[in-house]
Design a binder for this molecule. Structure first.
Ligand code: SAM
Length: 275
């Protein structure tokens, strides 16, 4: 019998993947966690019915959370990741020798545990000595941090459940205060096809707090609509002023020095959401 996993991306639209094997189906204290092996995208982590990452396309998201931000800041020594318990963003951060310490604050210890077990190619750097893993609420961590981080990356679930506060104006204000005087942050901000309102709202909120706000995009086939956005808020450094010729080559599959600028060229209907 064929088994298929379907994510309802909206109440009336979804995507579906043929399952090879199901490893975990568990209600954690925070969310419903499923770890699958799919025929097309390989192993897949699903939280509350939403695809979080797959072995085949994870590199796009993780590289684009990490590298545009880290190559915009001239000396990112201390980095915070909120969420991101699968470890993919941490793996990319570890490619930057300037980073002395990366702190990961993930609310759900089960995401970390199962990612290490079933997604070792993604989670492999979580035990790097430059990484501190905290199982806790990223919102509270941000509210308690002052003038501490060079770069903050918000690698959260969609704005439901424990991640809902991570899309509020107060959270972005907390991020501003947790950053050093020339710090910057990047957050995943969902897709322009089904979540246009969210992108507009985040953009308005972040613009009230940060002097430099830029939105960029990436193609991620297993995320709703396939077109994903990221919002960067910065106190001083502008990603558009980065000299692409000065970006050192690192091992990547999606990000490149040329793409650094290209990613900020958005389709017109997406650009209009950020005005
Ligand atoms: N790349 C994914 C996407 O955009 O669909 C998200 C990756 S997933 C690893 C995001 C993680 O954020 C989840 O493991 C979830 O447990 C965590 N998370 C949600 N709310 C959180 C909070 N308040 N503090 C810390 N982590 C949180």
């Amino acid at each position: 019998m064929e088994l298929w996993y379907t994510e309802k991306q909206t109440p009336s639209f979804g995507i579906t993947a043929k399952i090879r094997e199901t490893y975990v189906t568990e209600q954690t204290p925070y969310q419903h966690l499923v770890m699958l092996d799919t025929e097309e995208f390989g192993r897949m982590l699903v939280l509350d019915g939403m695809v979080m990452t797959t072995v085949k396309d994870e590199f796009v998201y993780h590289e684009m959370v990490a590298h545009p931000a880290l190559f915009t800041h001239p000396n990112p020594k201390k980095v915070l990741v909120v969420g991101g318990g699968d470890g993919g963003v941490i793996r990319e951060i570890m490619k930057h020798p300037a980073v002395e310490k990366a702190v990961l604050v993930e609310i759900d210890g089960k995401v970390i545990e199962y990612s290490k077990q079933y997604l070792p190619e993604i989670a492999g750097e979580l035990d790097n000595p430059r990484v501190e893993v905290i199982v806790g609420d990223g919102y509270m961590h941000i509210l308690n941090a002052k003038d501490e981080y060079d770069v903050i990356m918000v690698d959260s679930t969609e704005p439901v459940g424990p991640a809902a506060p991570l899309f509020e104006r107060g959270f972005y204000q907390g991020i501003y205060e947790a950053l050093k005087e020339d710090g910057l942050f990047v957050a995943q901000t969902d897709n322009p096809w089904f979540k246009a309102d969210l992108i507009q709202q985040v953009n308005r909120d972040v613009k009230e707090i940060f002097p430099i706000v830029r939105v960029f995009g990436a193609n991620i086939p297993t995320y709703p609509s396939g077109l994903w956005t990221f919002t960067m808020g910065s106190k001083k450094h502008d990603p558009l002023e980065v000299d692409a010729n000065a970006i050192p080559e690192i091992e990547t599959k999606y990000y490149s020095p040329r793409l650094h600028h290209a990613a900020f060229c958005l389709p017109k209907f997406v650009e209009d959401l950020t005005k």
